[in-house]
Design a protein around this ligand. Structure first.
Ligand code: BDR
Ligand code: CA
Length: 311
């Protein structure tokens, strides 16, 4: 099984991503979950990560708290999408499993130095602050990372928090710039992909009809999460962003993309956080990421349903 660290700001879609990973032990070994401030402040994301582990019956997965704010900017949160807890929807009990004492950034560094080089994959599902801090504190880890598979950015679909920027990159563009320049293999799930992975009545009912506490929670999270896109954009459902990262680890053939150069805009007030993706190869800048553009949405939901049913 591929060893991963999930860096996350749950978030209903982060929660589903965590469940997908925890439901797939033959494919994925979750070494730890590191929380970052993003959708909601750090105290809540660190709590929500543990709520999800307990829901999955995996109290032994260590959860670490990381950065409580972006490298240099004021934290921007997304309660308007995720609700005031970040995980609005089902009523779930407060976690009883402990938060680890170690800082998330130190856990990332320690794990990459402990495990054989090229064997640990990082899966960032929120702003990239923890990953950038780890790379800045311990530059030697860059060469030890097997792969960074992240949700963030956009090209054709452009922005969901400003007209130019996707939320995760916008919240901490300086961190994103550090990560995209680190030299490790990077695979990106941008809005171009996640806006094709839409929840629909049938897809959500498949979770509800499992008749398990986990299936019910996923359906209720999705019901809540969908309201925003349905009301605001008359969309048929909500984009299930973050699970695309974990799905790619299990079934990469569900996705199509291009290995291209991606640079992060950090200066302009108008376009800060934009992922300037050279999709058409119009520059001679060196490719630094595989930017996905398409997903087999039915295959993606079939995988999710099959795995979530195991919990
Ligand atoms: C990203 O922002 C968050 O709201 C979601 O959890 C996802 O990681 C989508 O832009
Ligand atoms: Ca997220």
């Amino acid at each position: 099984a591929r060893k991963i660290i999930i860096d996350t700001d749950p978030g209903q879609d982060d929660a589903v991503a965590i469940l997908l990973a925890l439901a797939s032990p033959d494919d994925i070994d979750v070494l730890g979950i590191t929380a970052v401030a993003g959708n909601v402040p750090l105290a809540l994301t660190a709590k929500n990560a543990r709520i999800v582990c307990e829901l999955a019956g995996k109290r032994n997965v260590p959860v670490f708290a990381g950065a409580d704010r972006p490298l240099i900017r004021t934290l921007r949160t997304a309660e308007h999408v995720h609700g005031d807890s970040g995980l609005n929807g089902p009523a779930l009990p407060d976690p009883t499993m402990p938060l680890q004492d170690m800082h998330a950034v130190d856990f990332i560094i320690h794990t990459l130095r402990r495990e054989a080089p090229g064997t640990v994959t990082l899966c960032p599902l929120g702003p990239l602050t923890n990953i950038a801090l780890a790379l800045e504190k311990a530059p030697d880890i860059a060469a030890r990372i097997a792969h960074i598979v992240l949700m963030g950015g956009a090209y054709f679909e452009v922005g969901n928090i400003t007209p130019a920027a996707e939320f995760n990159i916008y919240v901490d563009p300086e961190a994103a710039r550090t990560v995209f320049a680190c030299g490790a293999p990077i695979t990106v799930m941008p809005l171009d992909v996640t806006h094709k992975a839409l929840t629909t009545r049938t897809r959500v009912d498949a979770f509800r009809d499992m008749g398990t506490p986990v299936g019910r929670a996923v359906a209720e999270w999705t019901d809540f999460f969908e309201r925003f896109d349905k009301q605001k954009y008359a969309s048929p459902g909500a984009p299930l962003h973050d699970p695309c990262v974990i799905a790619w680890l299990i079934k990469p053939e569900l996705f199509k993309g291009r290995h291209i150069n991606v640079e992060i805009e950090c200066e302009s007030d108008l376009t800060r956080g934009m992922t300037v993706a050279d999709w058409w190869g119009v520059t001679d800048r060196t490719p630094n990421a595989t930017f996905m553009g398409d997903v087999d949405a039915d295959g993606f939901f079939a995988l999710l349903t099959e795995r979530i049913a195991r919990l």
